[in-house]
Design a protein around this ligand. Structure first.
Ligand code: PEP
Length: 258
């Protein structure tokens, strides 16, 4: 079964509202002549305060080529959780996807595998799609525990999800040592880890589920690296940080995935 490629831009804590609207418009302008059917699923993830501006720009364009994601959510529906946003709030702001378990959230904000699992459940219950991040540190890679660590993260993240829910989810394999460092993981090695993740999903569910779920690579993806990454059997796209902040490089990555 052919899996539709996904290119997602994680803008992290960048872009005020006007900058977000401008970047959104520039991305759509760069994709203007591309056939919508041939494009990968293109996703942008602005920070919370710029979601409205980006969503307005997307709606005003009406071309339907770019979709909106949030970078985080909370799993409770409402209540006394100062500073948090529920999935329903993010859906209301136009989001169709939510990134969860990014290594920066795990490292700086104490996000655990259990929280990732609760967030995944809340996202799917609201009809949105989780982009579940996983990845090993340099120390874990050097200690030879990469596969064990990632299989454990994925098993915990997917706990109690149905196979239908898992089939429509997205996983992003992001080796922490490759994020924002300019050091891209070798495409063959990234593909090996991603195939291992797919095999883990197969063991937890079945072949139909493991062949349906999209698994992306993330970590210093650039216009120069995307073609080789996309040529690999199990890499279904990319989660892009730095290179998604400029319309030109993001558009080149999108076009490289076609
Ligand atoms: C990311 O933040 O998810 C990421 C992959 O960043 P970068 O592309 O800058 O390494």
């Amino acid at each position: 079964m052919a899996r539709r490629p996904v290119i997602a831009g994680n803008w992290k804590m960048h872009n005020l509202q006007q900058e977000a609207a401008n970047l959104t418009n520039e991305i759509m302008q760069a994709l203007k002549t591309e056939d919508k059917e041939k494009l990968p699923e293109v996703i942008i993830a602005p920070t919370f305060t710029s979601l409205y501006a980006a969503n307005k720009a997307l709606k005003d364009c009406g071309c339907g080529k770019v979709r909106l994601a949030a970078q985080n959510c909370f799993y409770e529906t409402k209540g006394a959780f100062t500073g948090e946003c529920s999935v329903e709030m993010l859906k209301d702001a136009g989001c169709e996807y939510i990134i969860i378990g990014h290594s920066e959230r795990r490292q700086y904000f104490g996000e655990t595998d259990e929280m990732v699992n609760k967030k995944a459940k809340a996202i799917l219950a609201n009809g949105l799609i989780p982009i579940i991040c996983c990845g090993e540190s340099l120390e874990q890679r050097e200690a030879g525990v990469t596969d064990y660590h990632i299989a454990s993260q994925i098993t915990k993240a997917l706990r109690d999800l149905s196979k239908e829910e898992v089939a429509k989810s997205i996983i992003a394999y992001e080796p922490i040592w490759a994020i924002g460092t300019g050091k891209t993981c070798d495409a063959t090695e990234a593909n090996r880890v991603i195939a291992m993740i797919r095999n883990t999903v197969k063991g937890l569910y079945d072949t139909t589920t493991s062949e349906s779920i999209r698994i992306l690579y993330g970590g210093s993806v650039k216009p120069e690296t995307i073609k080789e990454q996309m040529s690999k059997s199990d890499i279904d796209g990319a989660l892009v940080g730095g290179a998604s902040l400029k319309a030109d490089s993001f558009a080149q990555i999108i076009k490289g995935a076609m």
